[in-house]
Design a protein. Structure first.
Length: 190
């Protein structure tokens, strides 16, 4: 009798562990999938709003997105950037919601917009002297791949250091070596 009760208790505990052990990851994965879905939908809306999809070439699509980001988003300094896993998605969502952000926000948003438009994009972390030639500072920017070449697209620096003149749009990485020093790249995926 005692053995039968012990077996039933063990079976009940095992069933509970298996049930609740399986539910927690599913709940977390569902929340993560929902956040991903929301971000993807928000980015799709912005690409549509920018009218980039109507353009025939990748470069023209990227230019529309570049101008859209410069025109519609402002700057808000972020102190103490932490390169934690998934930061680029969080920063993109914040930029969309708040309509302003740091260079990290600009780089993340532009990279996701480019990705949604069918262009391979990555976020670069490093340093720049683009705001002040005498001083290097931490910075983030976007690189896009058109054909077989990577190009720098930095709407943040273009807006605030070049008065939105296109100086930091589609510049070859090699031509900007004296302005950008890359230490890490992050491939963009929803």
């Amino acid at each position: 009798m005692k053995r039968n009760m012990a077996e039933k208790l063990t079976a009940s505990i095992l069933a509970a562990v298996l049930t609740f052990g399986m539910m927690a990851p599913q709940t977390a994965m569902t929340a993560e999938a929902a956040a991903k879905s929301t971000l993807e939908k928000d980015v799709q809306k912005l690409v549509k709003k920018s009218k980039a999809k109507k353009e025939k070439t990748q470069k023209k699509k990227l230019k529309k997105l570049f101008q859209y980001v410069e025109k519609n988003y402002g700057y808000a300094r972020a102190i103490g950037f932490k390169n934690s896993r998934g930061w680029e998605k969080t920063f993109t969502a914040e930029m969309i919601k708040n309509k302003k952000g740091s260079c990290y926000h600009f780089a993340a948003l532009y990279a996701f917009l480019a990705k949604e438009s069918g262009v391979e994009a990555r976020i670069c972390l490093g340093r720049t002297n683009g705001f002040n030639k005498a001083r290097w500072q931490d910075h983030a920017w976007c690189e896009v791949k058109v054909g077989k070449k990577w190009y720098i697209c930095d709407p943040n620096m273009d807006k605030f250091a070049a008065n939105s003149k296109g100086k930091y749009f589609m510049k070859t990485v090699s031509s900007m070596k004296s302005t950008f020093k890359k230490s890490k790249t992050i491939k963009v995926n929803f």
